[in-house]
Structure formats: structure tokens, C-alpha cells
Design a protein around this ligand. Sequence first.
Ligand code: SF4
Ligand code: ZN
Length: 300
Amino acid sequence: MKCVRCKKKAVIVLRRHNAAFCADCFLHYYKNQVLKNIRKNRMFEKGEKVLAVVSGGKDSMALWDILVKEGYNVVAMYINLGIGEYSNRSQEVVEKFAKENNLPLIVKDIKKEFGLDIYKLSKTLRRSPCSVCGSIKRYLFNKVAYDGGFSAVATGHNLDDEAATLFGNVLSWEEGYLARQGPVLPQTHPKLIKKVKPLYTLTERENMYYVLLNKIEFLHEECPHSVGARSILYKELLNKLEEESPGTKQRFLSGFLKKGKKHFQDVREKLELKECKNCGQVTTTEECSFCRFVKICNQQ
Ligand code: SF4
Ligand code: ZN
């Protein structure tokens, strides 16, 4: 099969676009997708400070690399969540990439810095490790972005992630989540920094090609707690549909963003936003969950 752009031998076929690309033209396509997503959704401008959330996986490594290559003012941030060897290995990958490319990287270690332990919290609060972990990550990324004067927090969410999340939210008609789902979560409070997803139109497979073609090292293993997650089942179901009918995921997501989302805009969060009495970060209670977590973990 030949590349649709230059007619050289193709190395990747993108059935949903009815296209095939050689390595160079694939990278050209990839770059254009990311730049278009950033501009079309007004995610950030060239000079603005962007905090890129990195985990060592292929998606966030691709995000980090492309933002740097395209000249954005990007600083990466990694959180060691204390998930055994998985956390240690992912930190190594991220630190190595930063060092080899001389890139700014902020590393937070929740155990060393705050005494936090997601397993202790999960047991004490009877919440899943993912729910505790998610709260901690959201808090720290936002706090670092706010304190550091960043305009946006960028994550490596891809088309597969977004379609699976949408699928789950539609299955249970989560109106609040549907109202907010999209490539940009705007700033609703001066202390809540905008969240953006520049890779939302690119698939996991395309991100994998991007890191392989650029010889970027990444952690192949997933977090052990992602095994059995509902989102993985949704991804598998969507992959089956995609196999039968290429473009299903993209049509599902882009159709929702263009035609579906507006019907949920009246669903406003009724929760009143306050500032935590300890740390000043935004919360809906007197004291934010992060500050409560720190107290629980540091009690004897
Ligand atoms: Fe955290 Fe769960 Fe993601 Fe692992 S899978 S990083 S525990 S949210
Ligand atoms: Zn707090």
C-alpha cells in the first residue's frame, strides 16, 4: 500500500480516515492534528505556560514530545503515587527523558512530601485506590499549575479514552459529566486552572506509532489498578465496533461534541465552590479532601 500523501511505501494504515502514510507523512499528519486541536479549541497560545501531566506511558510521552517540538512553553509534571515498582519504573522513564533532552520537569512524591498512602486511605475511607489517587492527582496538578502561574494543564487523553468515557457516561446518563466532557474544561473559578486534551482526536495506536517512530522510551506496563476497570471493557466493546465499522469512535465523540453536548448545558453543578480553610484550594466543603487525606495518613 502507498502513502496517500507522497506515494512512498506506507507503514501505517488509518482505516477511519481511509488513508495510509509513510513514516514522515504520518508524523506530519500527527503534528497537524495536535496543532489543529490546540488552535480550534483555543487550548493555549505559544507563549503561555502549559503544565503537561506525564506518567511515563506512551500517550503522555507523545504529548510532552510534540509540545516541546512545536515550541510551546511546556513544563512536565510527574507524581509518584507510591504504587510499588510501577511508580518507580515510571518515574525513571520520565526523569531519563527530561535529562536526555534537557527539559524542565516537576516531580512530586506523595509519600515523601505529604506522607500520603493511597492504600491506607483506600482502606480507611472505603474508597477504591483509583478514586483516592484521582483526587490526589487532580489536586496536585491544579495546585502546582495555579501556584506556578500556568495557563493550562494538558493531559494525554486520546480518542479511545474519550470515546470510552463518553460511552460510560451515556450508559448511566451522567448528565453532569456529559455537560463537562470535552477537549477543554474551562476555568470556572480563578483558582481552577483550565484542563486541556490536545490528543483527543488521536488513537492509542497513533500515539504508539508516534513514540516508536521518534524512538521515545515509554513504560509499556499499565498501572496494576487499571486491570479490570470498567473503562477497559468499554474500550474493548468500542474496538469491536471500530473493527466492523472504522470511524465509529470518532463519529461517536465528534457527533456528541457537535450535536449532543449542548443538550446538557443547562445541567449546572449546584455545588457551591469554596476555598479550603487550610490550603486555600477550591473545594465544596470546609476542608478539601487532600488536606483530610494528609491528616488521616499522618495520624498515629
Ligand atoms: Fe491511579 Fe487508578 Fe490510574 Fe492507577 S489506574 S494511576 S491507581 S487512577
Ligand atoms: Zn486543603
